[in-house]
Design a protein. Structure first.
Length: 214
């Protein structure tokens, strides 16, 4: 089963792709600039160039055609309201609609802790939080089996393999390597299906923590 990863060369996306490849999954890496994915292409990964800032149905066809599963790790690198609306909200909404229309069955979304309650966020992140929450809500109505993961501040530290999850958890930090493991585990752990949850580092082993969402 090929897994399509949006934002495949981003800080979190590349961890997701690496783990999927290590587990033997075929991967379709969707990137804004194909030249940044030369190493993936050399490794035999299917690379599709696409920019969420300028979506169209025709451009989505090579992204989602013949795909059943998507992990969305794409995000704007800007903190401005305009960019958040353009990419984290409108771009993701367009992608979700196209994926559902093209027969995608499963969508795992990397969102952001506090998105559902921007008052928990510092001022400079509130526009991004609102944009992500709007996209997350749209995903829940898509007809696909969905999961929304809301992580806290992300680090480049080593994977610890232990997390805490829930509707709302105390903010801490989480390594991108552990976030990747959570996203991939969510594909098969049914307690994450049609579920939105926050996650932070420390606590129980990842799979045990996810089963605890039941």
């Amino acid at each position: 089963m090929t897994i399509t990863v949006l934002g495949a060369t981003g800080s979190s996306g590349r961890h997701i792709v690496e783990k999927l490849l290590a587990q033997g999954h075929p991967v379709r890496a969707v990137v804004r600039k194909a030249r940044k994915a030369a190493a993936l292409q050399a490794a035999g990964v299917e690379v599709v160039e696409f920019d969420l800032a300028s979506p169209s149905h025709e451009m989505f066809v090579p992204v989602f055609a013949s795909a059943e599963t998507v992990i969305n790790a794409a995000a704007t690198g800007s903190m401005t309201k305009r960019q958040a609306e353009l990419i984290d909200h409108k771009g993701v909404v367009a992608a979700v609609d196209a994926a559902a229309a093209l027969g995608v069955k499963r969508w795992v979304q990397i969102s952001m802790m506090g998105s559902g309650d921007p008052g928990r966020l510092p001022g400079y992140l509130r526009a991004t939080g609102r944009a992500k929450d709007a996209a997350d809500t749209h995903l829940t109505r898509s007809g696909m089996t969905w999961t929304v993961i809301r992580p806290p501040w992300l680090t480049d530290g080593a994977a610890q393999g232990r997390i805490t999850v829930g509707d709302s958890v105390t903010e801490g930090s989480l390594s991108r390597a552990d976030l990747a493991a959570v996203a991939i585990a969510s594909l098969d752990v049914t307690t994450t299906h049609n579920r939105m949850f926050e996650v932070t580092g420390g606590g129980a082993p990842i799979t045990d923590a996810l089963h605890g969402l039941a």
